[in-house]
Design a protein around this ligand. Structure first.
Ligand SMILES: [Zn+2]
Length: 265
């Protein structure tokens, strides 16, 4: 995973990028998750510094696989550098554009529930792989009845309504970790669509210029789609498997290109 980060700065410079957007998940998950903070202080800090020195804006946030107990250290690390912004549930204006981020996800069968929400009030839960777990300073906090617990949380639909609003939707870019339903950007291996209906409706109703998504890493390989149009909005989901996969975007012409790079040995 680290080679992908190492390569990003070079790729950003070659494209002459003004900004890099990293929409989570950002921390390694092939280690003890309770040691993810070491990656923030031991690696991401330096990574952010390099972009800051290069004068490239860096918008990012943790994803559902990044433990929520480390949000504070993540935030502090971002705040060390003027060019780096933690965009989770925030809005930032850069040039003529407004960027708004959201990193809550629709619930899934997996046990880690730190950032999980019901999609809408009538959401039907998937079969679970075990009891729910929340990260806590002393280890996992087990949730006996996750469905009841989740029903007391805001839904994705409500979280979207709570986000800061842009002055001009036609100049706004939403960075939403969870992909919308129904556009082929949300397909898991079995060809099943697991995207958010609330996010689909939000985009359809509000029509931002651009929305950026991730989360379902295999989706472009399954559906053969990594971008879609929903009314006037362009929605992009680059996917992310073994190769470094990213999309370059020129906001003034709305030309975009998906690039896959293999690890160089
Ligand atoms: Zn995710």
């Amino acid at each position: 995973m680290q080679w992908k980060y190492d390569r990003l700065l070079g790729a950003a410079k070659e494209f002459d990028a003004e900004m890099l957007i990293n929409g989570g998940d950002m921390l390694p998950k092939d280690i003890d998750l309770f040691e993810q903070d070491k990656f923030i202080s031991g690696y991401l800090d330096h990574h952010f510094m390099q972009f800051d020195s290069a004068g490239i804006q860096y918008l990012c946030y943790p994803g559902n696989d990044d433990l929520k107990i480390f949000d504070q250290i993540f935030e502090k690390t971002c705040n060390k550098y003027p060019s780096v912004t933690n965009l989770a549930q925030r809005k930032v204006e850069i040039g003529e554009y407004e960027f708004i981020g959201m990193n809550w996800v629709v619930d899934y069968p997996f046990r880690l529930k730190d950032r999980c929400r019901m999609d809408t009030d009538d959401y039907v839960f998937q079969k679970q792989l075990g009891s729910g777990l929340l990260s806590a300073p002393n280890g996992w906090k087990e949730i006996d009845d996750w469905f009841a617990y989740a029903k007391n949380l805001p839904t994705i639909e409500e979280e979207l309504e709570r986000l800061p609003r842009p002055k001009d939707m036609s100049k706004s870019i939403y960075v939403i970790h969870m992909p919308p339903a129904g556009l082929g950007l949300d397909m898991i291996h079995q060809g099943i669509s697991v995207g958010s209906k609330a996010i689909y409706d939000f985009i359809k109703n509000h029509q931002p210029k651009l929305t950026l998504h991730g989360h379902i890493h295999e989706s472009p390989g399954v559906s053969d789609r990594w971008f879609a149009e929903l009314g006037k909005t362009i929605c992009i989901q680059p996917g992310q498997l073994n190769d470094l996969t990213y999309v370059t975007i020129d906001l003034s012409t709305m030309k975009y290109e998906r690039i896959k790079e293999q690890r160089r040995v």
